[in-house]
Design a protein. Structure first.
Length: 199
């Protein structure tokens, strides 16, 4: 049982590290190591904790981690879990794209190469993490601070726009020159144009 438990834990950590290229895994592995210290070396009873690590469990963990780390790295770099280029081409063809364009799109998706009819095109930018907008334009960094639900009164929002600077200052000044209802409507419209996701 100790050997099987060690192998299972080693396989989990090895596969997690080997398959991932994301920095967040470092935090997960750190937490796992903290749990493994308790699992391996700090087994005690009602008294103070004392070291009582099982050699079979530690050996199983080491072997399982080494094996699955190597397999995970090979799977990630070799693309074992990814669809092949022919499968990607088939998916694009099934979606209605003509053969040449389907091949070009599959190559771009698989390798990041802009070939054929895509040559000369600019690659789309990835969404900014934490922007709250998926697959859309980048949001103005002031959008969150100028959202309507941040203010009790429309006049406070208009004044905040005036104090923000750049284009927002012009919007705030124009809205302040109007009546309260018209100014609030202008502020809403300007915020919607700058901050709402567009198709």
């Amino acid at each position: 049982m100790d050997l099987a438990a060690g192998l299972a834990l080693g396989a989990l950590v090895g596969a997690l590290v080997g398959l991932s290229s994301v920095p967040v895994v470092a935090a997960v592995v750190t937490a796992l190591v903290a749990l493994l210290v308790a699992f391996f070396g700090l087994q005690g009873s009602a008294g103070p904790l004392k070291a009582n690590a099982s050699a079979a469990r530690v050996a199983g963990f080491g072997a399982g981690m080494l094996l699955f780390l190597i397999l995970g790295v090979l799977a990630r770099t070799g693309g074992w879990l990814q669809p092949s280029i022919s499968q990607r081409v088939g998916a694009y063809q099934a979606a209605g794209y003509a053969d040449p364009l389907a091949h070009d799109l599959a190559l771009y998706e698989h390798l990041g190469l802009l070939t054929g009819s895509l040559k000369g095109q600019s690659a789309p930018e990835a969404p900014v993490p934490g922007s709250g907008i998926l697959f859309s334009d980048k949001a103005d960094p002031n959008c969150g601070a100028l959202a309507a639900d941040r203010f009790d009164q429309p006049a406070d929002r208009i004044e905040a726009m005036r104090q923000t600077g750049a284009d927002w200052a012009a919007v705030g000044a124009a809205a302040a020159a109007l009546g309260p209802a018209e100014g609030a409507a202008l502020a809403d419209a300007a915020w919607g144009l700058a901050c709402r996701p567009r198709d």
